[in-house]
Ligand binder design. Structure first.
Ligand SMILES: [Zn+2]
Length: 467
């Protein structure tokens, strides 16, 4: 056993374990410190959002304890990493955290000598404010001293003195000078407390911003937009059209029923813009869509020119190819990560191939940008004209947008049969809602007739006379 170290060091040493242990595996100490760090962040985020949508006081209570335990565990691992002297363990197997502290105490080790590399928030107090408190504060020789004042009955006052101002009296019997000093101390302490509260609030807001950056703007988004609730209130628009608000809402629901939102990439962005403004020019829609993600687009024009797969294409992670780093490949976390990446890539490729063939089967030009996608919706009659504004057409959702089945039924005979087959297979696999008027088998029959000469009419459906 090494000689005991007594005395508290005022400056604890931060222990930051390497990410990997000497066998090349991930370091448990490092991972534990990351867990403690994350736990600390979660605690602060919970404090920040408590009372906004939910009362989280019970959760906060439980979480504070859990967070403190993890911070203790990180501290214990720092003691072990720093190889501070420890008394021999009483049992075999991995010790508990409290056993490490007990072993340290038994060996005379001061646990405060080290601290884990966890970035806990320490409010920095303005030295001026700290000095104000110091200047007003007076150490009491006996903080429990009895008041020197007397009661109205001329008896000695039984209360204890006001602490921290060098007073000889209780709050009732304070001399004017003592009273002034007490008020000054209170004011200085209030200012210090306010500074700490402000700094903590600021820290929590910064943490929330870091979380949003970390989790909220992930480039890889495959989630489908949620259908609007049937009772959703649509924002009012100018009444020139003479239509009721309910019609736009109905049109939105009809769009969802048609299945187009889940067939087209990034349709959620168009839908949100239309929910904000159900009748708009393409330029206005683009501005609204761009405004939803100011960190991605600064202007509507930029949004219009953006790739339809932007944010859907899985990110390129700098992970060595399978087999390049065998010891890495064996790591369960890396295997899990590869599984996720492969699944994401697979989903993306299926969607991309399916959508491409669908567009081709609709006899439309390839779609690369959001502007192309909007043109596609206009061409199919999903978006229909609704008047003019200056030189631009105002668009709205069709009351009854044509289903993908209907479009292919009308136009599919002009495209190569293998494209048609791929598109129809994709529609079936994706469980695209069926068209009540045309069964999938009728649409598949188009395959048999697709060798026919082009039909110059090529109209989509009798129901589509909205324009
Ligand atoms: Zn008194």
């Amino acid at each position: 056993m090494s000689p005991s170290r007594y005395g508290r060091s005022t400056l604890a040493r931060t222990v930051s374990p390497p990410r990997r242990d000497h066998h090349g595996g991930s370091s448990p100490a490092w991972l534990l410190m990351q867990a403690a760090q994350l736990s600390w962040e979660i605690r602060n985020i919970l404090q920040l959002i408590n009372g906004m949508r939910l009362n989280l006081s019970e959760e906060l209570h439980v979480y504070r304890e859990a967070c403190d335990m993890l911070l203790n565990a990180a501290h214990a691992t720092a003691i072990m990493e720093a190889r501070l002297p420890l008394a021999p363990a009483w049992g075999s197997g991995p010790p508990r955290v409290r056993s490490i502290f007990a072993q340290a105490r038994e060996a005379g080790t001061d646990p405060a000598e080290v601290r884990p590399d966890v970035d806990l928030f320490q409010p920095r107090i303005d030295p001026q404010i700290a000095r104000e408190v110091e200047a007003t504060y007076r150490e009491d020789p006996d903080p429990h001293a009895q008041c020197a004042g007397a009661t109205v009955k001329k008896e000695r006052c039984a209360k204890t003195i006001v602490k921290g101002i060098g007073s000889a009296h209780c709050a009732v019997h304070l001399a004017p000078a003592e009273r002034q000093r007490r008020d000054e101390l209170r004011a200085a302490e209030d200012r210090r407390a306010q500074t700490i509260t402000d700094a903590r609030d600021e820290h929590q807001v910064e943490l929330a911003a870091a979380w949003i950056a970390r989790y909220g703007t992930r480039p890889h988004r495959l989630e489908q937009p949620a259908a609007p609730s049937r009772s959703r209130q649509v924002a009012p628009f100018d009444g020139c059209s003479g239509l009721t608000l309910g019609e736009d809402e109905q049109a939105m629901l009809a769009l969802y029923d048609s299945g187009w939102p889940s067939l087209c990439p990034r349709s959620a962005e168009i839908i949100r813009a239309l929910l904000d403004c159900p009748r708009a020019t393409i330029g206005r829609l683009a501005e609204l869509a761009a405004a939803q993600a100011p960190e991605r687009w600064s202007r509507g024009e930029q949004w219009l020119q953006s790739d339809i797969w932007d944010g859907i294409r899985p990110p390129d992670l700098a992970l060595p190819r399978l087999g390049q780093a065998p010891e890495l490949d064996e790591h369960p976390a890396v295997q899990e990560l590869r599984r996720h990446m492969n699944a994401s890539q697979g989903r993306y490729e299926v969607w991309q191939t399916g959508f491409k063939s669908l567009v081709e089967a609709c006899d439309d030009p390839a779609i690369d940008t959001m502007a192309d996608l909007l043109a596609f919706w206009q061409d199919l009659g999903i978006l229909v004209p609704d008047g003019h504004e200056a030189d631009a057409t105002i668009w709205r959702l069709a009351a009854l947008p044509p289903s993908a089945w209907r479009v292919i039924y009308a136009r599919g005979r002009f495209v190569p049969s293998h494209v048609l087959g791929t598109a129809l297979d994709w529609l079936l696999e994706g469980e695209t809602p069926q068209d009540p008027d045309i069964s999938p088998s009728e649409v598949f029959n188009v395959l048999l007739t697709s060798a026919k000469p082009p039909n110059p009419e090529g109209s989509i459906a009798p129901a589509q006379t909205a324009s």
